[in-house]
Design a protein around this ligand. Structure first.
Ligand SMILES: Nc1ncnc2c1ncn2[C@@H]1O[C@H](COP(=O)(O)OP(=O)(O)O)[C@@H](O)[C@H]1O
Ligand SMILES: [Mg+2]
Length: 296
């Protein structure tokens, strides 16, 4: 499986970066680390010269959790994702995944260990059918022997496995469609199918709902909820209503720092979080929003 390409400019957020020269947000007390955590960040930083995109971030993600990372535009969420996934090296701090220190491991090595970022549109083969896209991913995961030294029945096994993944993401009836004919939302569903083909322990989603219609967003969130319970999900999402619906635990970044970490209810009530969100185009209101997302 080829390495995924880091997200570029796909955010639905307004183009207004947090002013890094402002008084830094108050830092939350580092949460207690837990031996059962699947992912542990310990003082993780990524500095671009004097710009502290991610600054001494410490928190754990529990095994099997649906964990959200939120924060205003420019808070460092995507940068932290790159550092967790291994696309970028932390300039300080340690990262442990599944009991192993992976700080020095690259993206492919982390993916092999089960820590997988969602694949981007650019990794889909638009001229191929939907099922063939998944078959390629399945083949990649199970190694080249199947391709170069095919075992009897291996093609059928790959196809059966691919169809299982398509069923899991609700695309079985689109299996023979050319990938290029899929809607935006369906392509994102397919990206999850490619992730499932990697048999991950933990999946990172960076703003999966960006560019989706309300109906597509709802289908997608339903899909995330149906992922295997033992699969850990870390998601960056700007729509706080979705975050609070999906996540059992939330970490909040502002200006590169962790300013809060806890349950959705704790984070909603946190004063530093309210302050960080003041000035966002949506205002502070979404933090208290408990109503439904309009479905077309
Ligand atoms: N490659 C880079 N070089 C320099 N600065 C960067 C780079 N990538 C991101 N930044 C800066 O790091 C900060 C955090 O960006 P980002 O992680 O994209 O925030 P978020 O995803 O929370 O909106 C921003 O100030 C952004 O301008
Ligand atoms: Mg981002």
């Amino acid at each position: 499986m080829s390495d995924s390409v880091p997200e570029t400019n796909r955010s639905a957020e307004p183009e207004r970066a947090v002013n890094q020269t402002e008084e830094p947000a108050r830092r939350a007390a580092p949460p207690r680390t837990d031996a059962d955590a699947i992912l542990s960040l310990d003082g993780v930083s990524l500095h671009y010269g004097s710009l502290k995109a991610v600054d001494e971030v410490t928190f754990d993600v529990q095994r099997g959790a649906r964990h959200a990372l939120i924060g205003p535009n420019g808070a460092g969420k995507s940068t932290l994702f790159s550092v967790i996934g291994g696309a970028q090296k932390a300039t300080a701090g340690r990262i442990r995944f599944a009991g192993e220190d992976v700080t020095e491991h690259n993206e492919s090595s982390r993916a092999r260990a089960g820590l997988v970022r969602t694949f981007q549109h650019s990794s889909l083969f638009l001229g191929m059918t939907v099922v063939d896209n998944v078959a390629l991913a399945v083949e990649g995961v199970h190694g080249t022997p199947w391709r170069f030294f095919p075992l009897p029945g291996s093609d059928r096994r790959i196809r059966t496995k691919s169809m299982e993944h398509l069923e899991a993401v609700g695309l079985a009836d689109r299996a023979q469609e050319l990938c290029g004919n899929l809607s935006h939302g369906e392509r994102r569903q397919l990206e999850v199918g490619l992730v499932l083909a990697c048999d991950p322990t933990m999946v990172l989603f960076d703003e999966p709902a960006a560019g989706m219609s309300a109906a597509e967003t709802h289908r997608f969130m339903d899909l995330i909820e149906t992922l295997p319970a033992e699969m850990t999900v870390l998601i960056v999402e700007h729509d706080l209503d979705l975050v609070f619906r999906l996540a059992q635990s939330v970490s909040v970044l502002a200006a590169g720092r962790l300013i809060a970490h806890g349950t959705p209810a704790e984070v909603r009530e946190n004063e530093a979080v309210k302050v960080a969100y003041l000035g966002e185009s949506d205002g502070v209101e979404p933090l208290f929003f408990t109503g439904g997302h309009d479905v077309a």
